[in-house]
Write a protein that binds this ligand. Sequence first.
Ligand SMILES: [Zn+2]
Length: 500
Amino acid sequence: MYKAIVGLEVHVELNTKSKMFCSCRNNPNARIPNSEICPICLGHPGTLPVINKEAVRKTIKTGLALNCQIPEYSKFDRKNYFYPDLPKGYQISQLYMPFCKTGFLEIDNKKIRIREIHLEEDVGRLIHEKDCSLVDFNRAGIPLMELVTEPDLNSAKEARKFAEELQLILRYLNVSGADMEKGEMRVEVNISLAQGSKRKAQKLGTKVEIKNLNSFRAVEKSIDYEIKRQEKILKSGKKVIQETRGWLDEATASSRRVAGARVDDVKGVTVSQREKEYAHDYRYFPEPDLPILHLGTPEYLNGIKAEIPELPQQKRKRLRREYELDEKSIELFVFNKDFGEYFEKVVSEFDPRLPHTKIFNLIKLATNYLITDLQGLLKGASVSGEDFLITPENFAEFITLIYEGKISSKIAKMVLSEMFSTGADPSHIIEEKGLVQITDEAEIEKIIKEVISKNPKAVEDFKKGKAHAFQFLIGQIMAQTKGKANPQIVKDILSKELTP
Ligand SMILES: [Zn+2]
């Protein structure tokens, strides 16, 4: 029996105004290559780095949100290696005294320990053309935060959940866009298989790293693949080699050729890239151009703590407690933060003096209309955008009108769509367009009698037991009233009229 032991390393580009050690703009996707550069981020001789305060603050904020210890002192180190996207020949990073240590993030009531979070600078980007390679340094020197977990994850699904929850937290903290497709968040996994199920009796296996994971799907798929690959090797009595592998799926396979992979039949495989390098290969040493930092002081940390907003897990608990929402709605309101805030603003417009059950029915109705109808109209746009015109007050009024039976669900759709395009008040729309629901039984009865006398054939059919005839008559009545008749009253009276 094998048990998967998985750890993650996550790189996150921080959304600071300027780069990590110079005043160039933090604009990695600038249209013109090498437009956001200066002698410092190009590593010209004689230049000196200056630490970006905002980047440090965002790193520590992330650490505090993830229950980390913030050591009193921290410092930067040089990691030496050569690569064409690294003009200095070294990267300023942190090895010995990182900003954050020993935290955790809870996933499904399981604590996943975080070993450390440190800060470094990103490298440039290489673009491989047919007969040459180009380098764009716009990304070089952008603050890059690296989070390393302990190997506490045991499945591909768990690793994916961790990465998704981390992305959400980074967005709540507003430290990064954390968009994986844009490379703002990059995940590397290390996997080994342990033999024996009891913790103490476990024989740890050889660790393999997988790089280049640029989607949650790739994180999950590559781990699943790698677990199977290692299992097969171990079952056949062979040894797993300690190495770095790349993930190749259909998307990357078609755009890139990787040695050793049969690209034409690739469905998702990991391929060997190189054998693992160790810290000593980089000859790390303290960065001589930067001072040791003394940040782990109550004044500094309390200031940052005060800026940490309600985090996703707290919000889930509160939404469950305060509004008694179902899990699906909670997840949607937590994931789409603006939408969740809008929901709460709408709810706050309901009169708190109303009886408890009525308020909860209104909340339920509001949730349904937000999630189905309004989301449908938004088509992916945000409720915090300038084009969004429905005030929470108007939305709450709209829900109350439906709840009190003043408009039918059919009319509600029309009203909402009008509110969406004009921002008008729902009662005005209803009045102006004469959309108030007809609930007057005498009036409805009169219309029904008319319809019956005009459609003897349908009445005949109904009496012969043809159910569709009943629906046909309802359709006629609704057409006559332009959809305004209360459907339940129509059904009741029509049944009464047709049954002798
Ligand atoms: Zn620069």
